[in-house]
Design a protein around this ligand. Structure first.
Ligand SMILES: CC(C)(COP(=O)(O)OP(=O)(O)OC[C@H]1O[C@@H](n2cnc3c(N)ncnc32)[C@H](O)[C@@H]1OP(=O)(O)O)[C@@H](O)C(=O)NCCC(=O)NCCSC(=O)CCC(=O)c1ccccc1C(=O)O
Length: 284
């Protein structure tokens, strides 16, 4: 009998522990990969406000660490990736923060942070990805699932819904009819069904889950960071509205800053002279 915390997933890298003072997550790094693990297996890795805040901190660290090129998001143990919001601390206007007593809907901030992280974020899913946990894997760039993975929404059963990425982005991934089925019926889908509807990228035996995920990370790390960054924001731009366009445009600005033409404008300003753009070609 497997306990919730136990894992039969074989480690695939020499992970260095960066968990520090985190209580609800584990944070590891190896070979340019950051791994954020929700560590609340006793509640199937449900998140509370603290969990989400810690994930935000770790993701920000991974983003600003120049040695990191890809991020894995996962849950501790074989039984669950994440079962969504912790219903035990759900108050009347959000999830109750243990320290402040304030009510939060802070998982939405984390969702946006995953979308706008300029590095690929990969969900590594064993067991249940349910409710808000299902939306978390959905918004990651890629999902690698173990054969025991199970997916679904429960919102209409437990008095909740995600009308943001959870609805419209899901529809763009699996199609309008399927997305409505997933939300209206609150059924669970196995890994093969998830693969069939394009919800996940591949399905592997549980023991090989990390091995496969790390292999995908290693391939990604061989590739141009700027090309990956541009592609991620280009994929986002089509579905993320003005925020998506802003991200793509921000990357275009970053590239322009990296050119001599862009730098001529800055240099001229600092040197208190008129800028000379005559040496730069007007591209057809
Ligand atoms: C995940 C299950 C299908 C697993 O089933 P099973 O393996 O049989 O295990 P259980 O015996 O059910 O569970 C073991 C143990 O864990 C506890 N637990 C599991 N999930 C949760 C949870 N989400 N919250 C609290 N506790 C949980 C369970 O009670 C057991 O504990 P015992 O002490 O042994 O009793 C199954 O567990 C399941 O269906 N879980 C509930 C899934 C669910 O409904 N999740 C919530 C969906 S709503 C949500 O996620 C909010 C999304 C959200 O945050 C959001 C979205 C959009 C806008 C705003 C927000 C927002 O911030 O609110």
């Amino acid at each position: 009998m497997t306990t919730a915390a136990e894992s039969s997933i074989q480690p695939a890298a020499d992970w260095q522990d960066h968990s520090g003072d985190y209580q609800d997550i584990l944070y590891h790094k190896a070979e340019g990969i950051a791994k954020i693990t929700i560590n609340r297996p006793e509640v199937r890795n449900a998140f509370r406000p603290r969990t989400v805040m810690e994930m935000q901190r770790a993701l920000a660290d991974a983003r600003f660490d120049a040695d990191i090129g890809v991020v894995i998001l996962t849950g501790q143990g074989d039984l669950a990736f994440c079962s969504g919001g912790d219903q035990r601390v759900r108050g009347d206007s959000g999830y109750k923060d243990d320290d402040t007593g304030m009510h939060h809907l802070n998982v939405l901030d984390l969702q946006r942070q995953i979308r706008s992280c300029p590095k690929p974020v990969i969900a590594m899913v064993a067991g249940y990805a349910i409710g808000g946990g299902h939306v978390l894997h959905l918004i990651c760039d890629l999902t690698i699932a173990a054969e025991n993975a199970r997916f679904g929404q429960t919102g209409p059963k437990v008095g909740s819904f995600d009308g943001g990425f959870g609805a419209s982005y899901m529809a763009s991934v699996v199609g309008q009819k399927k997305a409505r089925e997933i939300w209206f019926l609150c059924r669970q889908y196995d890994a093969a069904q998830a693969l069939d509807m394009g919800l996940v990228n591949t399905v592997v035996p549980l023991e090989r889950l990390e091995q496969e995920t790390v292999e995908w990370c290693r391939l990604i790390l061989e590739h141009s960071p700027v090309a990956l960054r541009m592609l991620k924001s280009a994929f986002n731009a089509g579905v993320d509205g003005q925020a998506g366009i802003q991200e793509l445009a921000g990357n275009a600005t970053m590239l322009f800053y990296m050119t001599e033409e862009g730098q001529e404008g800055r240099n001229a300003y600092l040197e208190k002279r008129k800028p000379d753009f005559t040496r730069f070609r007007r591209q057809p």
